[in-house]
Design a protein around this ligand. Sequence first.
Ligand code: F6R
Length: 607
Amino acid sequence: MCGIFGYIGTQQALPLLVEGLRRLEYRGYDSTGVAIHGENDVAVHKTVGKVADLQAILPGQVEGTMGIAHTRWATHGGVTQVNTHPHHAHDGNIHLVHNGIIENFRSLRQHLEQQNIECISETDSEVLVQMMALERAQGATPLEAVQRTLKRVRGTWGLCIMFRDENMLICARNGSPLIIGQGEGEMFVSSDPHPLTSHTQRVVYLDDGDVAVVSRSSITMHSGQGRPSQPNVTVLEEEWGESELGDAPHFMLKEIYEQPDALRQCIAGRIDREMGSGRLGGMRLRHDTLVQTPHVRLLGCGTAYYAAEIGQMLIEKMARIPAVTHISSEFRNNDPVINPKALYLAVSQSGETADTIAAVKEIKLKGGQIFGVVNVVGSTIARLCGQGVYIHSGPEQSVASTKAFTNMVAALAVFATQLGRTRHLSKEQGRELIDQLQQAPHLMETYFEDTGPLSEAVDLLAEAKSVLYLGRGLSASVAKEGALKLMELAYIPCLAYPAGEMKHGPIALLEEGSPVVVVAPNDHLKEKTLSALHECKARGAKIILIHEKGDSIASEGDVSIAVPSIHPWLTPLLTVVPLQLLAYETALRLGRDVDRPRNLAKSVTVE
Ligand code: F6R
């Protein structure tokens, strides 16, 4: 979704801002712009389209050592140049970029109109800059103008504001992340840690309610009613691995193939083979908490939700205590009953998903114990929870999540083992699971040596009106994840169902040649899944079967793709991989923008 980058220092700002925007591209956006503070004026350049389109319209040189930049993902108002950020005040003295949503922008706009100030864009963001200009005209300092404006605003914001007559930026946060990177005589502002890593490791995470005045050499925090204070500077944890595309054609393919190494990073140091247990230090779980917990609830959206579903089943299998998974947006809007003894897990790659953040706040408010299962270090969910497990996938830049899914599953499997060992799981069972989990990266690599007849499967999928995905138990959630991947990348309507439920409705969709993807690893549900497969075949469906290598059911598929065998509880780590590749290859065949599918954003920071 929207991204912010800002700079104040001694270097020329424009190249740094463009590079910052480029590093924010993966979040998904539809228009982009920059404002550079020159000696006498502020130069603004913005365009609908990609950062490359912006670069194409930039003049050869734009002098200035301070500036702000933005990638916009439209919410209020269409995808037009005038709606693109940065927005400026009617007098041209203030420029601003904004992430988030201003809920009361209509009434603020009316207020401005009464003062004869017309907004030129349709956005909610522009009212902020116009309100600040109004405050300035009434004698407020820049800081006062920002603070007074924000007092009148309802909604969420990450803001970076530049004043024509001042050598400073003002940043503010409420519900939308913002980080200040501290360099030597220069400062960087970003909504995402990723663009900061090449400049500095020293960062200040703004908290909700913070307003920061940023000069080349200082950051002063003005939060709440208190006196100005020094910020809390922390070190940005170095993310492992390369975040550049390198030789890969797309980030998605690169990230699919990074899964074995990502998985190794996720489990390293977190398993205790001797005890056959998990060892998740960041969860800070006390033994009595584990023993007494009555149930576990997991929350997430999209891919994270499907990973959480698998985690739920693993917890029930290993620990024999009830576990339930909730879609974050549903959970938090239904006045949930929170049991303070239960364990709540918020699962999120970005750690910035608005619905999951709101659910975390609701749980905390009601006294629940909440733990993050998060990829992005220092993200809002990680900091709100203050305890949990980083999944250590490394930067995931493709909008479609892949390596975060497998690492979420792995982290939840380690947690389930730890919980299970305090209850029903024997040491031998624990050891067996741990051994198999340690094998999983190698088994993924084995699959990559022979990915099977993917292009034959793509022949069936690329022509399809719709695709049905089926699986049972753990594989039902894998089927859902595979369907989500194909739908979001190839724009083909996909339906995923637990295989036993197929005959209760979706079977009506089947006609001669309809592709059905069946996930049937060698577990206790395989035979039942095969019954559904036969029911599909009998109606002319073409079966793409994901099965374990050497299994005689291979002959049941019109196209059969084999993955290496693993412990039945860990099969999602392998069966999902061909589904990711199928979505990728089908999208490519159809000429889609694989890394940045239409309308989607990497972190969904609005409700
Ligand atoms: C699908 C996808 C989305 C995200 C969802 C949650 O490929 O990426 O469905 O999984 O928006 O995002 P996080 O995990 O960042 O909370």
